[in-house]
Design a protein around this ligand. Structure first.
Ligand SMILES: [Zn+2]
Ligand SMILES: [Zn+2]
Length: 290
């Protein structure tokens, strides 16, 4: 890129143009706290803020995103493991950006927030609607979960379609449609049904988790994957694993077995997203829009 220096007698200087790339990282995933990042160097968003602001910035640094732009936070629903860092994060982001950063969520989620975690800068959205934050296109879709108006999020960045589909008791046709569009899926593999039933949780909690407004099991997520995965699905993060009722090896075996049955083994990079540390950060070049 040639830029006029503005000084008579001096020629233009050349500024190298680096191709932009998409960065995606799951910073934390599980019933103790969820947070992810997606950005294209021009614009970035956090998806959920269920860990402390301190942990969010520490983990962004660990994956090389310390200085990445954060222009908004997308909140899926009001359960603490998705929003408990909200209030402090809003303050930290205001200082970092020099202005208030919007927290997007449905009106139901906003109404259900505990006062202690409620961030400044809430912008309500209608489930099913899409909007833009800088260069990112963002869409929400309703999911069945035991909160007021929970959503999953889809984000399009530099031609890549990424989606966060967690905290749902069953896969609806909306969810099947959403997964069928994704190149990058953060998909709930919450529990192994046998471990859940044999575990120490009280019966009513087991029923809640297994219910239509609870969480997807490894088997349910695998079936969803088998029916709906896009032919362009390239990266799959197994998310929101229960520490007590699942094992990373079980979730991974379920996902890999499904991909093998689909003839897609090797085509899709699979990683288990964990509670205690971030995933390896993905860095992807811009793709032709499709
Ligand atoms: Zn959750
Ligand atoms: Zn939840």
């Amino acid at each position: 890129m040639a830029v006029d220096t503005g000084y008579p007698g001096r020629g233009p200087i050349m500024i190298p143009v680096f191709p932009r790339k998409v960065s995606v990282a799951v910073l934390a995933s599980g019933s103790s706290g969820n947070c992810s990042y997606i950005g294209d160097q021009e614009t970035g968003v956090l998806v959920d803020c269920g860990i402390s602001a301190r942990q969010i910035f520490q983990r962004l640094s660990e994956v090389g995103l310390a200085d990445a732009p954060i222009d908004a936070v997308l909140v899926s629903h009001e359960h603490g493991d998705h929003v408990q860092g909200g209030r402090v994060l809003a303050d930290r982001l205001r200082v970092r950006a020099g202005c208030s950063v919007p927290f997007f969520m449905t009106a139901g989620t906003a109404a259900g927030l505990a006062a202690a975690v409620r961030p400044d800068g809430i912008e309500t959205v209608l489930a099913g609607h899409s909007f833009r934050v800088g260069s990112l296109e963002i869409a929400s879709l309703s999911v069945p979960h035991d909160t007021r108006d929970p959503v999953a999020w889809r984000v399009r960045a530099l031609g890549w379609h990424a989606g966060w589909i967690t905290d749902l008791g069953r896969a609806t046709s909306l969810v099947y449609d959403a997964l069928s569009m994704l190149d990058i899926a953060i998909l709930e593999f919450n529990h192994d049904v046998d471990l859940l039933l044999a575990g120490t949780y009280p019966w009513h909690l087991k029923q809640r988790i297994r219910g239509n407004h609870g969480h997807l099991s490894n088997a349910q997520a695998s079936q969803l994957l088998e029916v709906a995965a896009s032919s362009s699905l390239a990266h799959l993060f197994l998310a929101h694993l229960s520490v007590e009722n699942n094992r990373p090896a079980l979730a991974l075996a379920a996902a890999l077995g499904t991909l093998r049955r689909m003839g897609r083994q090797g085509e899709v990079e699979v990683e288990v997203a964990l509670q205690e540390k971030p995933t390896c950060g993905l860095e992807l070049p811009a793709r032709p829009e499709g």
